[in-house]
Design a protein around this ligand. Structure first.
Ligand SMILES: [Fe+2]
Length: 268
């Protein structure tokens, strides 16, 4: 699966989130208007790229690696009781997940995606009982199929406390859930959205965390609040998890804490 963001997406996200104008960026980076225009047109001139990346506080070697397609998500084997569904949304796709306890066959859904038919088929195929639906945030692409999943499964639904969703119970920071032998802990990580929630799952053969749009392999979901504190929240809420933790993002491929710590351009 391709990474969610190109190097240009990363540069634009970092610039926009810090409120830096193009004129200021040119001055701060010591480049010319043609340099910037060439970068935006996709030319990968390493000096200008490095200067812009550094000016934006990004890890320049990662931005250059992304530009040269020398970076990819790690090969991660998901535990056998974790399924990823990638559903279409306009010109992009969105991920949602199904995780279950292999003994009790009790299951939990993370987000709802835009087409739940493959999800319903998996519930049937594995003879699962869906107990809970946990939303990472309330953006439309993540909740489109919520009502249909709730109606069909009668599972309890939960949404971040700061992002109320009709029919969902609130999830404050540090709330814990039990689903069979699985323990799930919510970590509120505001930035992309006010209540963005990471769900840490323990009890599977490998630790994992569903991160929604808080973090992508090689990028972050667009940050809409104070930039520095949003990055700090990601460090506290995601990078403090054990390095082998598998990260399940709302868009793009699966990754790990250690891989993002070593490569993510937003965390030099
Ligand atoms: Fe989002």
């Amino acid at each position: 699966m391709n990474l969610e963001d190109t190097h240009l997406d990363v540069l634009i996200k970092a610039q926009k989130a810090q409120g830096i104008t193009d004129r200021d960026l040119i001055k701060m980076a010591g480049i010319t208007v043609p340099d910037l225009n060439n970068l935006r047109a996709g030319r990968r001139e390493p000096t200008a790229l490095e200067r812009v990346a550094r000016t934006l506080g990004l890890r320049s070697e990662s931005v250059i690696a992304l530009a040269n397609s020398n970076w990819s998500a790690p090969a991660v084997a998901l535990p056998a009781t974790v399924l990823k569904f990638t559903t279409p949304f306009a010109d992009m796709t969105v991920n949602h997940y199904l995780v279950w306890d292999p003994k009790s066959l009790k299951a939990v859904a993370f987000d709802a995606g835009t087409d739940a038919d493959p999800f319903f088929a998996a519930l049937d195929r594995h003879k699962l009982t869906l107990e809970k639906i946990l939303l990472t945030h309330s953006h439309g692409d993540h909740v489109l199929e919520l009502d249909r999943i709730r109606e069909k499964t009668k599972a309890e639904a939960f949404a971040p406390e700061a992002e109320p969703v009709e029919g969902c119970q609130p999830v404050p920071n540090a709330k814990r859930f039990k689903v069979g032998a699985l323990t799930i802990t919510a970590h509120t990580v505001p930035g992309h959205s006010v209540g963005g929630t990471v769900y840490e799952v323990k009890g599977l053969e490998a630790p994992l965390a569903v991160v929604g749009d808080v973090l992508f392999a090689g990028s972050v979901g667009g940050i809409r609040s104070r930039y520095r504190s949003a990055l700090e929240a990601i460090r506290a809420g995601v990078f403090s998890l054990p390095p082998e933790t598998i990260l399940l993002p709302g868009h793009g491929p699966v990754t790990t804490v250690s891989h993002e710590l070593a490569h993510n351009p937003f965390f030099p």
